[in-house]
Design a protein around this ligand. Structure first.
Ligand SMILES: *Cc1c(COP(=O)(O)O)cnc(C)c1O
Length: 369
C-alpha cells in the first residue's frame, strides 16, 4: 500500500539555508514589525514579480481585505462566486455587497461579456480572480473599469510568478493581491502581498496592516494587525531562490496529466492560454457524467479509496455558503454552478513523480467501467 497523495505539498528550502537566513535575528531580537528580512523579501519580490510597488502582509486574505479597505470602496463590488471563500469574505467583511458575475466556460475567470449588465450607480469596483492561475481578460476589464470609473482589485492568489504579454501579472488593475500560504506555488508559511502603483494607497495599506498607526501618538484609521513577521519573510527569501525550478517541475507534471487526459470523451481541461507564462498552480478537470461514464463524485470517491486526495475546488460556490443564508441565487451564475458540480482538482506539486501521475490517470479512466 503506497502512501497517501495529497492535492499539494508545501515547498521547504534546505534546512541549512533557512537556519542561515534567520541567524541574524538572534543578534537583533527584531522578529516582527517590518525588520530586515521583511524589507529584503519585499525588494526581491518587487524585482521578481516586475511590479512597481509591493507591500507584504500576514496572509493573502488580509491582503484582499485591507487592500479593499485602503481603496475606500462603497456599495457594490462585481466578483465571481467560483473562488476560495476568502475573495467573497473580504468583500462582505468590508461591508460591501458582492454582485456575482458568471464565469467563462473555458477558463473559469470572470465572463467579461457579462460585467457591464451588472454595473449600477452603486458599483465601485470589480474584484476578478485569476482562478487556478488562469489569467483574466485584463484588457477588457481595464476598458470597462475606465469607462465606468471603477477600481479593479485582482485576487491573484493563484498567479504568483505568472507573466502576461511580458508583464508581471501583479501590474494589472489598481491592486493585485497574492497569497503566500503554505499550499501555494510560493510560500512564506503564511503570508500575502498587495502589488500596486499609487503611492497614497501604499501608505494607507501600510498603516492599516499596523492597527492604523500613523505615528507614535497618532492613530488615524481603524486598522488591523496583518504584518508579515521576520521568520515568514526569511522563509520567503529562501523559497524564492528555488521557485523557478519548482515551477518547471510543476510544468512536467501538468504536461503528463495533459498527455493522459487530453481528448478523452467527457473530460474537459482548461485551455493553454496564449501570451501567458503559467505558474502551473492547479490542474482542474471537468467530468461531464453522461459523456465520460462516471460522475465527478464517483471519480472523487474512487481516487480517495486509492489514497489519492483530489479536491473539489471550488465546490460549493461562495454564493451558496450557509453563512449567507440564501441571500444570493446560484442560478444567476449558471456556468459557475455547472462547473462547481463537475470539477475536481488533481494532486500537483513539484516532487509528484510521473509514474504516480500515470497511476492517478489510470484510476480516473477506469471509473468509466
Ligand atoms: C489562498 C487564497 C486566498 C487567501 O489566501 P490566504 O493566504 O490563505 O489567506 C484568497 N483567494 C484565493 C483564490 C486563494 O486561493
Amino acid at each position: 500500500m503506497s502512501d497517501k497523495i495529497l492535492v499539494t505539498r508545501s515547498a521547504l528550502p534546505p534546512i541549512e539555508e533557512y537556519m542561515e537566513e534567520i541567524r541574524g535575528l538572534w543578534d537583533t531580537h527584531w522578529i516582527t514589525n517590518m525588520g530586515v528580512e521583511h524589507e529584503k523579501l519585499r525588494q526581491k519580490l518587487r524585482d521578481y514579480m516586475g511590479v512597481e510597488d509591493i507591500d507584504l502582509l500576514a496572509n493573502g486574505h488580509m491582503a484582499l481585505e485591507l487592500g479593499m479597505q485602503a481603496m475606500n470602496l462603497h456599495g457594490e463590488v462585481i466578483t465571481t462566486p467560483f473562488t476560495f471563500a476568502s475573495t467573497t469574505h473580504a468583500i462582505v467583511r468590508n461591508k460591501l455587497e458582492p454582485v456575482f458575475c458568471d464565469i467563462d466556460p473555458e477558463d473559469f475567470t470572470i465572463d467579461v461579456s457579462r460585467i457591464e449588465e451588472l454595473i449600477t450607480d452603486r458599483t465601485s469596483a470589480i474584484v476578478p480572480v485569476h482562478v487556478y492561475g488562469n489569467v483574466c481578460d485584463v484588457e477588457e476589464i481595464e476598458r470597462i473599469a475606465k469607462k465606468y470609473d471603477l477600481k479593479v482589485i485582482y485576487d491573484a492568489a493563484h498567479t504568483f510568478g505568472t507573466v502576461y504579454k511580458g508583464k508581471g501579472i501583479g501590474t494589472f488593475g489598481d491592486a493585485s493581491c497574492f497569497s503566500f500560504h503554505a499550499t501555494k506555488v510560493f510560500n512564506t508559511i503564511e503570508g500575502g502581498a498587495v502589488c500596486y502603483k499609487d503611492r497614497e494607497f501604499g501608505l494607507d495599506l501600510y498603516r492599516l496592516k499596523n492597527f492604523g498607526i500613523r505615528g507614535p501618538e497618532k492613530v488615524d484609521a481603524v486598522g488591523a494587525n496583518a504584518k508579515m513577521n521576520e521568520f515568514c519573510a526569511a522563509m520567503g527569501i529562501c523559497n524564492l531562490r528555488h521557485v523557478d525550478e519548482m515551477i518547471s517541475k510543476r510544468e512536467r507534471v501538468v504536461k503528463r496529466y495533459r498527455e493522459n487526459l487530453e481528448g478523452i470523451e467527457g473530460i474537459r481541461l482548461n485551455p493553454i492560454q496564449r501570451n501567458v507564462r503559467s505558474n502551473y498552480a492547479y490542474f482542474p478537470v471537468i467530468f461531464e457524467e453522461k459523456a465520460f461514464g462516471a460522475s465527478r463524485n464517483e471519480v472523487y470517491k474512487e481516487l480517495w479509496r486509492n489514497g489519492i486526495c483530489a479536491r473539489k475546488y471550488f465546490y460549493p460556490l461562495t454564493s451558496m455558503f450557509e453563512c449567507f443564508h440564501d441571500k444570493y441565487d446560484a442560478d444567476q451564475t449558471p456556468v459557475a454552478l455547472h462547473v462547481c458540480k463537475r470539477v475536481l482538482t488533481l494532486p500537483l506539486y513539484p516532487e509528484l513523480d510521473l509514474e504516480n501521475v500515470d497511476r492517478i490517470c489510470r484510476i480516473i479512466l477506469q471509473c468509466r467501467g
